[in-house]
Design a protein. Structure first.
Lengths: 115, 112
């Protein structure tokens, strides 16, 4: 099993450009999430999904869109990149629920720089 | 406001000693709390989950406590080793949904 994969590993964008960060998991988990991590601020939740076709906002959703057409894939779209979106982005696939709590499995991250 | 706080300063421990990290939260009543390890340039790795009705949980050299009255979890690494050096993150799911919130983490350094 590959677990959680993310592409690309690194990306440089100019202000106003758009792009999609890809995330895929092969663990058949219903739940998936996107986080950004900035120095000194920990991981902040952007969007999450509880299943195909169902997404919801996290703490910092502005400037980002998501969709979930399959269980495996959960892409994150930046419609018009801004320097404030320079960050490391992590995708996570989550096991659990139903009263058992959650365990998250993270991808290797995408380091994004917006100039 | 709702907050999760971890020691912002790095923790430096002599090899062989017990490292203790603290996670405090306010305005949450989580049913579970989780701890993760993160190495530089990598994604976090799940370590342990503790339920609100569990006072203590152990896994090998790791021990986690969860005090819902104090709103605090302690994470212990016994017989610490230089390979334990990493950033440790606590996390909780405040609403019961998989909308998991993280603390900013504590960087732990174990010196030989």
């Amino acid at each position: 099993n590959a677990g959680v994969t993310q592409t690309p590993k690194f990306q440089v964008l100019k202000t106003g450009q758009s792009m999609t960060l890809q995330c895929a998991q092969d663990m058949n988990h219903e739940y998936m999430s996107w986080y950004r991590q900035d120095p000194g601020m920990g991981l902040r939740l952007i969007h999450y999904s509880v299943g195909a076709g169902i997404t919801d906002q996290g703490e910092v959703p502005n400037g980002y869109n998501v969709s979930r057409s399959t269980t495996e894939d959960f892409p994150l779209r930046l419609l018009s990149a801004a320097p404030s979106q320079t960050s490391v982005y992590f995708c996570a696939s989550t096991r659990g629920g139903g009263g058992a709590g959650y365990e998250q499995y993270f991808g290797p991250g995408t380091r994004l720089t917006v100039t | 406001s709702q907050k999760i706080e971890q020691n912002s300063e790095a923790l430096n421990i002599q090899e062989g000693k017990t490292a203790t990290l603290t996670c405090n939260y306010t305005n949450y009543s989580p049913a579970y709390l989780q701890w993760y390890r993160q190495d530089p340039g990598r994604g976090p790795v799940f370590l342990l989950l503790i339920r609100e009705n569990e006072k203590e949980k152990r896994k090998e050299r790791l021990k986690v406590t969860f005090d819902t009255t104090l709103k605090q979890s302690l994470f212990h690494i016994t017989a610490s080793q230089p390979a334990d050096s990493a950033t440790y993150l606590c996390a909780l799911d405040p609403s019961g949904a998989p909308k998991i919130i993280f603390g900013s983490g504590t960087r732990l350094s174990i010196r030989p």
